[in-house]
Design a protein around this ligand. Structure first.
Ligand SMILES: [Zn+2]
Length: 156
């Protein structure tokens, strides 16, 4: 078992994201009453009713903004480690970024860092990532993008 855990301390961007219905396709039994209708099937015929398997359209709820596409647009200069409950959390990822502290707990020695002034850290972050934040506002909407300061912990 491997553990991937990290701690980010500093400014981050919280984006609210709506849900929308997206139309997708899957290979399945085309008969609505068949018990295999909602299952993805890789064989040529349905094992239950014998119908020929077809590409069938279905609807699924998804985030109105695709964080993976946003990631590509900003060339991973911010990363989105948390994307659930109608929120996408973006943190700094530029190599020259001095706006935050980031730890891998497995390499962490005892010690401490003092936050001098979180408001000025937020201001530096906003100035440093001005272009990225512009893109986020464009994607999520002006009022759904907020820069906050805090601790982001992610693990898998
Ligand atoms: Zn069937």
């Amino acid at each position: 078992m491997s553990i991937d855990y990290s701690i980010y301390i500093g400014p981050f961007v919280r984006c609210k994201v709506e849900k929308k219905e997206v139309e997708k396709e899957r290979r399945t039994c085309p008969h609505k009453n068949c018990r295999n209708h909602d299952k993805r099937i890789s064989t040529a015929f349905c094992s239950f009713c014998g119908s020929k398997i077809e590409e069938v359209k279905y609807k699924e709820e998804a985030d109105a903004v695709n964080w993976g596409e946003v990631s590509e647009k900003i060339k991973d200069t911010l990363v989105c480690p948390i994307h659930k409950n109608g929120e996408h959390i973006w943190i700094g990822n530029r190599i020259d970024d001095q706006c935050h502290l980031s730890y891998d707990p497995t390499e962490l020695e005892s010690g401490y860092d003092v936050c001098q002034d979180w408001m000025s850290e937020v201001r530096s972050f906003v100035a440093f990532y001005v272009e990225e934040i512009r893109v986020l506002r464009q994607e999520y909407g002006e009022t759904d993008v907020v820069v906050l300061w805090g601790i982001i912990h992610t693990g898998s």
